[in-house]
Design a protein around this ligand. Structure first.
Ligand SMILES: NC(=O)c1ccc[n+]([C@@H]2O[C@H](COP(=O)([O-])OP(=O)(O)OC[C@H]3O[C@@H](n4cnc5c(N)ncnc54)[C@H](O)[C@@H]3O)[C@@H](O)[C@H]2O)c1
Length: 255
């Protein structure tokens, strides 16, 4: 069976850089038209680059995924400009590290709001668009291995909790929407070298070697390492697969 996404429309939240951008480029390489949603000012330019690199249609839309109405409006915009999106990747996410006893209410709420609530609003708007159009589709929610293990030595209880919730959100929506032909799976990466992890390493350079020493494959992932799995889950090759979380971590969680 071929992975062929020609003519399929994919929304990628957090698609302005990092894992979201690598996945968007991989989806475009398989022929999908792309809508990038991101807070970054560069998102439109990044989408134009995808269109020119892969010869697909692409648009960039500045969006804060924690805004439910704006997220619904962004999906309506994609439907009008490109057509009904049948693939969703949610990669918009943040991490705030710190000792739990010092975490403020604002810090806690911010992480839960972006990682969990923003993921829900994106999936909700995606599901609604498909149900209204009577179309089938596949959503892939980026969770994290941090949803099932506790990273050391840096602490991030809010992040870990938000990612555990994203994994169960994927299962919950998958069961709710299965009869309508909408699949929902989660992908749980291990350590990936992106701006998110670079910022942590820059504050504490010794962390990189500590992390790598715990990874059987002996290196952090590149964003591209995660992309193939998402393309598989987005495509019809995985059509009987739903309500699952797949971990992609270079072996980290096995030891
Ligand atoms: N890097 C890792 O090691 C790692 C590991 C596991 C899971 N993840 C998850 O993968 C996802 C992507 O992370 P990344 O490493 O590529 O980080 P990144 O910081 O490079 O990319 C995240 C993107 O999300 C966007 N974003 C943040 N808040 C947003 C909001 N409210 N609305 C819209 N866009 C928003 C950012 O602007 C950025 O472009 C995140 O959910 C992260 O938690 C990352």
């Amino acid at each position: 069976m071929n992975i062929d996404l020609a003519g399929r429309i994919a929304v990628v939240t957090g698609g302005g850089r990092g894992i979201g951008l690598a996945v968007a480029r991989a989806l475009a390489a398989e022929g999908a038209d792309i809508a990038l949603f991101d807070l970054l000012e560069t998102v439109e330019e990044t989408a134009a680059q995808i269109a020119s690199d892969f010869g697909v249609r692409a648009l960039g839309h500045r969006l804060d995924v924690t805004d439910q109405d704006a997220t619904a409006a962004a999906f309506a915009h994609v439907k009008e400009q490109l057509g009904v999106p049948r693939v969703l990747l949610t990669a918009a996410g943040i991490e705030i590290n710190g000792d739990s006893i010092d975490v403020t209410a604002d810090q806690w709420r911010k992480v839960i709001d972006v990682n969990l609530t923003g993921t829900f609003f994106s999936a909700q708007a995606f599901g609604r668009t498909l149900l209204e159009a009577g179309e089938t589709g596949s959503a892939v929610l980026i969770s994290s291995m941090s949803g099932s293990i506790v990273n050391v030595p840096q602490w991030a209880a809010s992040y870990n909790s938000s990612k555990a919730a994203v994994a169960h959100l994927a299962k919950s929506l998958a069961v709710e929407w299965a009869a309508s032909g909408i699949r929902v799976n989660a992908v749980a990466p291990g350590y990936v070298l992106t701006d998110l992890t670079r910022q942590i390493i820059e504050r504490e350079p010794s962390l990189e070697a500590e992390w790598v020493s715990l990874i059987p494959q002996g290196r952090m992932a590149t964003p591209e390492d995660v992309a193939g799995l998402v393309v598989f889950l987005a495509s019809d090759v995985s059509s009987y697969m739903t309500a699952q979380q797949v971990t992609i971590d270079g072996g980290y969680t096995a030891v």
